[in-house]
Every structure is written in C-alpha cells, then in structure tokens.
Design a protein around this ligand. Structure first.
Ligand code: NAP
Length: 314
C-alpha cells in the first residue's frame, strides 16, 4: 500500500512470547515482519527465573533464555527487530501509522502484543522508594537483599513465586496479604506455606513504606484489615506482586477495550474492532496470562493477520 522505507506488511508491537510467536509465524509466511519493542526486550518473562511449565523443557528453562531462543527463531526466518518506544498510533486509516521516539513506521496490518505492567498498592512512599528498596521484580533486584529481611505483598501466583524465589537471598521473608486465604494455585501455596523462611502476615495492608532514598527501606507500616490497628514491620525491601495492568493506553479511543483496559477481539479471531489490527498475549488476556497461552495467541494473531492480508490481495 505504501512505499516508504519504514513500511511493512506486518508490524508486531512487543517482544514477549506473544509477539515473538507472532513474528515466527508471520516470518515463516514470508511477510518479513518488523517487531518493535521498548527498552526491555523479552517482556515479563525476562523478569522471571525458572519456567517449569513451558512444554518442551522437561528440566525447566530460565525465562530470559527462553525469550532469547524465541527471538533467535524469529530472526532466523526473517523478522527484523527494532528497539523503539512507540508514543503515538493512528489506526483511523490504512496504512496504519506508528510514531516512535526514534522513527515513524507504517504497516498494512498490526499485531499488538504489548503485554501488561505491574500494579502498585498505593502505599505512602511506594513510588518514591522504587529502586531504593521497593521493587516489582524479584529476579532483577532480589540479589541486592542477601541476608536481609524481605517483604512481598500479594496473595496470587506472582506473590508466591516471588516469595519462594526471594528466600534464596532473604534471612527472613514476610508475605503480606490482605485476606486470610491465598489466591495462588495450590502448588504455589504449598511451596510458600511449607517454606520455613516464609511467614505469612494475613489480613494486612501495607499503608506506608518507611525509609529514605539515602538509607533505603527500613520498614513497613501495616494496617490490620479487621481491627484497623497499625504496626511497624522492620524490613529492608518490599516486593510488590499484586498483578498487572494491560499496556493498551496507546490505543485508547481507537480500539475497543474492557473496563480494565484489556483489548477486546472477536470471539472467533484475534482481530480487534479495527480490521487489520490483531492482538495477542497479556494485553488481551486477564484470565490465563501464561507464557504458553500468550505464545498460542501470538500464533493465532499471526495466522489471522496472514489470512486478512491475503484477503486484501497484499
Ligand atoms: P492475581 O492472581 O490477580 O493476584 C493478585 C493478588 O494481589 C491477589 O491476591 C490480590 O488480593 C492482591 N492484591 C491486588 N490488589 C491489591 C492491593 N491494592 N493491595 C494488596 N493486595 C492486592 O495476580 P498474579 O498473582 O499476578 O497472577 C496473575 C495471573 O498470572 C494468574 O492467572 C496466575 O495464575 C498467573 N501466574 C502464574 C504463574 C505461574 O504459574 N508460574 C506465576 C505468576 C502468575 P485478593 O486475593 O484479595 O484479590
């Protein structure tokens, strides 16, 4: 449709399992996709450690290694990878236009695989002390707290996974949860509850993170959800693991989303409310959010894009 240098039949946004699988499929379909990702390549799996449930790795695989393998597979078949942060998208006419910090791109079809970002609890000083003892990534920051007291907030699989992982560094680990039962899967719960280093603090909210940028985190002010009493928990770090927000704001007002910002797609296809725009991975999935489901949906988006392009005589 367009002849500009930065024009592509398919652009894929995001380099997690969804984006890279879409890249493998569209590249193998000779569509020479351009995959654009921001500064953190590989998506959320690069902030995880051992992945034990991705088929084909009976001994498990490190998240970053898995992503590198997927990228190698995508580039082998002709995917071009560009590092840029897209700040504006215009999907109102074809070709679609994307404006990044480093360039402008156009495409006939777009696959959005931008994933999801961690949520914050809203405690006082939480954002101020991010990087100074507050973290959302155990893999990235856990090693800074060797032999220290670490707290993790949350009650889902993420919190349990992070808590279990962080016990390799922590002298003591507190898992702080706002209810009296965990949301995590039974196997993850068991790991946490049977780990002698982990103490679960039930029915507690973190209302403030104590400390300074100079001294780091020194403790947490907790509130009991029943009695509303406040208490001070001495701790050297807080890892926030309470879920994610879909990275869909670029498309606000252009694509249909649910009330939480997850992109909607047709029930029998990965196509969004705009023909030629497809979606895969965590930005459209608040239910499963697994590497394998993201990869599967990347495959679906790629095949849907390929068929749509064919139907447009591309
Ligand atoms: P999640 O299942 O939504 O759990 C979020 C947890 O954080 C819940 O326990 C929730 O409490 C708590 N929470 C939410 N907002 C809070 C707030 N403002 N203050 C305090 N606590 C708050 O999210 P997730 O753990 O990230 O998991 C998301 C999905 O990914 C799930 O489907 C999960 O199975 C999957 N996952 C799988 C693995 C794995 O298999 N290895 C690892 C990570 C994630 P309530 O329980 O009271 O709502």
């Amino acid at each position: 449709m367009s002849t500009s240098n930065n024009h592509h039949k398919v652009i894929i946004l995001g380099s997690g399992p969804a984006g890279l699988t879409a890249a493998i499929y569209t590249a193998r379909a000779s569509l020479s996709p351009l995959l654009i990702h921001g500064p953190l390549a590989g998506g959320q799996l690069t902030t995880t450690t051992e992945v034990e449930n991705f088929p084909g790795f009976p001994e498990g695989v490190q998240g970053p290694d898995l992503m590198q393998l997927m990228e190698k597979q995508a580039t082998r078949f002709g995917t071009t990878v560009a590092v840029d942060t897209i700040v504006k998208a215009n999907l109102s006419q074809r070709p679609f236009t994307l404006e990044g910090q480093s360039g402008k791109y156009t495409c006939d079809s777009l696959i959005i695989s931008t994933g999801a970002a961690p949520k914050y609890i809203g405690a006082k000083n939480e954002r101020e002390l991010l990087g100074y003892g507050v973290s959302t990534c155990a893999t990235c920051d856990g090693a800074f707290f060797r032999n220290k007291v670490i707290a993790v907030v949350g009650g889902g699989d993420s919190a349990c996974e992070e808590a279990s992982f962080l016990t390799r560094f922590a002298s003591k680990l507190y898992l702080i949860h706002r209810r009296d039962s965990l949301r995590a899967s039974k196997i993850m719960q068991k790991r946490v509850l049977e780990n002698p280093k982990i103490e679960v603090l039930w029915n507690k909210h973190v209302v403030a993170v104590e400390g300074t940028k100079k001294d780091g985190v020194t403790g947490l002010t907790l509130e009991d959800t029943h009695t509303k009493e406040h208490s001070l928990l001495p701790a050297d770090a807080l890892f926030v693991a309470i879920g994610h927000t879909p990275n869909s704001s670029l498309f606000t007002g252009q694509l249909e989303m649910d009330e939480n910002g997850y992109l909607r797609h047709k029930t029998d296809s990965a196509e969004t409310s705009i023909p030629g725009v497809f979606v895969s991975g965590d930005v459209q999935d608040h239910v499963f959010r697994q590497a394998i489901t993201a990869a599967g949906s990347g495959c679906m988006a790629a095949i849907a894009a390929e068929r749509w392009l064919e139907s447009q005589h591309q």
